[in-house]
Design a protein around this ligand. Sequence first.
Ligand SMILES: [Zn+2]
Length: 281
Amino acid sequence: MQKGPRDLLRSAVSGGRAVHAYLLTSTDPAAGRATALYLAQALVCEKRPEGPCGTCLACQKAAAGNHPDVYWAAPDGASLKLQQVHNLQNQAWLRPTEAIGKVFVLEQADTMTIEAANSLLRILEDPPGSATFVLLTAQPQQMLPTILSRCQRLDLAAGDLQPTNERRQEARGLIAALPDMDELQILDLAESWDKERDTLSERVRSLAACYRDLLVLGQTGDPSLLGSPDDLDWLRRQVLERSSAGLVASAEACEACLRQLERNASPRLAVEVLLFRLRVS
Ligand SMILES: [Zn+2]
């Protein structure tokens, strides 16, 4: 099987081969943030170098956005500004508080002002030993070539987010079964998913992809527009049994759940809420 970006990052960290700056390119901001979080957790996990485990205190803090050694900067208004990069630089030269290194994630790095980019460049040219920079962008061509050349680039292809066959079957089975499931069965299911927390987002993304396909099929009738057109008869039956408002609500519930999982505030609760919402919509 081909190695995905996460496998590459995990093995780089566990093998002590992580570099000081990564550029993660993706047209899906959620995928970029999720992969950046994964890398941050790999770097701060208490079970390092085997991690990220996703469950230790360090991993949980990183996911909740309150690990003292993991910093996130997102555009302030339309751009990432000089002051924001300065703040990161000041932190980068201080000792880590809890982990053995510090991680700095810059979202939409292509929006850096020229002053901010030049300032970042200086620290990338001579990075503090314990700092790892993770730049996220959908538009690397908008960035300074001198910054790009300092980063190890990983492209998060859209294919990384397409459900595997197994996940798609699981999602379709669940979509069909949910209306007949009782509370206890739903709570049991959420518990069993929560035990495999690594795969939670992937499972919810697969559900989202299935609902999107149902919506597209219901509105256009055109199978060539589907992400996964196999088993078309099943899809058509599902469309007939559902309202488009219900499908929209279901797809939105999946997206809301994914945003919560990104923050990792309470994954099990997020999944329980999702499953109950999907059952009635
Ligand atoms: Zn951990």
